[in-house]
Design a binder for this molecule. Structure first.
Ligand code: GDP
Ligand code: MG
Length: 430
């Protein structure tokens, strides 16, 4: 059985925590898209970790953690992250990497950095992890599948020359830099390929067998619907699809195997990078929400940048759940709202004098203003509560209103950053 854990909004909804928690009952966890630009925060018995590339199942020794073919594979970051977690006492995880995964090359990171500099104030707010240049090359058919690294020098050099001819044209003429060091790139490949060789496997074949043996597989998404290149706030999006349906491609499994889609959404909103964010708040209100947010404030797990924050956005979230195909909604970070006297929820957008509740295309989104309904706060700490019935009435009112308007069942509530801070609930919608 395959279950996907995916983001409803702009990312940072708490997918890492939910994946780590659900991994207790899984056999395999697989990342199917994105790369080391992810930041999944996990708090467990080993401590607090921000995972960037490794799947969030690595803290469970009895499960297999896979980097699927859809991931942007940064070898150095992979090696460093493995060393980092093991140095903090986590036993060596069981890792498998698709032999069709493509490799993040040093020039991808260079191009990402140079382009952000060139765009200056108009930049996308990239994490400069090389993601956009990587996926552009993949679809322009000049990417590197890891298996290609295991070829003779002359074959490798031929491809390096072919790619570098294209890259140099831009490096020299647009960015006024030196061309690619081609011999250096050959050495770069040869220095790294043996480090990853033991992990490489025909992952889709392995998963086919695992599914026939009734194993439970978790597909772990990065970012969320709003960052999807097709359905998100294009062009302020990421370069691979964070939608559950793409899990079939990025892992190499049949789409009909995905039986459950846990769509993760936070009890307020946060976003990183540029782009329209209708329910964003500013000033002191934003500072309080940011500092109360997440586990120790809403600051990027990869970059440390302060995240943009705002109230819960039902218009965006209903759309996000629909595109993900949510069978279950995990509603997270609810505990952090306990400080508020009143909690606004964005129930509609005002667009050119009309109220709308269906998420518009980006060009219209820019002109949308939030329409709020205000809820009474519960003014207490709800961490430690294990049963839904034991939550304050105001908290239940908040959850049930959002559930009804979303139209998708909230079956999981996260009321703290740790594994045990979780409430499973029977939803009337299910
Ligand atoms: P991801 O990218 O979706 O995995 O989310 P991040 O880890 O980037 O951001 C979520 C933040 O919220 C992290 O700081 C988590 O530790 C924290 N977090 C997750 N669930 C909860 C929760 O229920 N309560 C609180 N207080 N923090 C949470
Ligand atoms: Mg994150």
């Amino acid at each position: 059985m395959v279950k996907a854990v995916v983001g409803v909004n702009w990312g940072d909804e708490g997918k890492g925590k939910i994946t780590d928690t659900l991994a207790e009952k899984a056999d395999i966890v697989i990342r199917f898209q994105g790369g080391a630009n992810a930041g999944h925060t996990i708090v467990n018995d080993y401590g607090k970790f921000a995972l960037h590339l490794l799947p969030s199942g690595v803290f469970h020794q009895d499960i297999v953690n896979i980097l699927g073919n859809g991931v942007a594979f940064d070898i150095d970051k992979f090696v460093n992250e493995m060393a980092d977690i093991t140095s903090k006492g986590v036993p060596e995880p069981n890792i498998m990497i698709s032999d069709r995964i493509q490799v993040m090359m040093p020039y991808h990171i260079l191009f990402d950095t140079l382009e952000e500099e060139r765009l200056a104030g108009k930049s996308f707010g990239s994490t400069k992890s090389g993601i956009a240049p990587f996926y552009s090359d993949k679809f322009a058919k000049i990417g590197w599948q890891i298996n290609e690294f295991f070829q003779d020098d002359d074959v490798l050099m031929e491809k390096i020359n072919r790619v570098a001819d294209i890259k140099d044209a831009v490096l020299i003429n647009l960015y006024h830099k030196e061309g690619i060091d081609r011999k250096g790139l050959l050495n770069w490949i040869k220095e790294r390929r043996d480090k990853v060789k033991p992990y490489l496997k025909d992952v889709s074949l392995y998963l086919d067998k695992a599914l026939k043996e009734n194993k439970t597989v978790l597909l772990e998404g990065q970012l969320g619907t709003m960052k999807d290149p097709d359905h998100g706030i294009y062009p302020m999006v990421t370069s691979s699809s964070p939608i559950a349906g793409y899990g079939a491609i990025g892992a190499g499994i049949p789409p009909y195997e995905i039986k459950e889609i846990v769509a993760v959404t936070k009890a307020y909103s946060s976003a990183v990078g540029a782009g329209a964010f209708v329910s964003e708040v500013f000033g002191d209100e934003a500072v309080s929400l940011r500092n109360h947010g997440g586990d120790g404030g809403e600051y990027g797990a990869t970059t440390g940048r302060p995240r943009r924050v705002g109230w819960y956005d039902l218009v965006a979230s209903k759309y996000g759940c629909r595109l993900q195909g949510a069978t279950d909604v995990a509603f997270t970070v609810l505990d952090d709202l306990g400080y508020l006297d009143e909690i606004p929820v964005c129930v509609a957008y005002e667009l050119d004098g009309k109220e709308i509740t269906d998420f518009p295309v980006t060009k219209d989104l820019e002109r949308c203003k939030p329409v709020y309904k205000v809820f009474k706060g519960w003014k207490c700490d709800i961490r430690g509560i294990k049963n839904y019935e034991d939550l304050p009435q105001e908290t239940k009112d908040y959850v049930e209103f959002i559930e009804e308007k979303l139209g998708y069942p909230i079956t999981i509530i996260s009321n703290g950053p740790a594994r045990e801070d979780i409430i499973y609930r029977k939803s009337p919608l299910k």
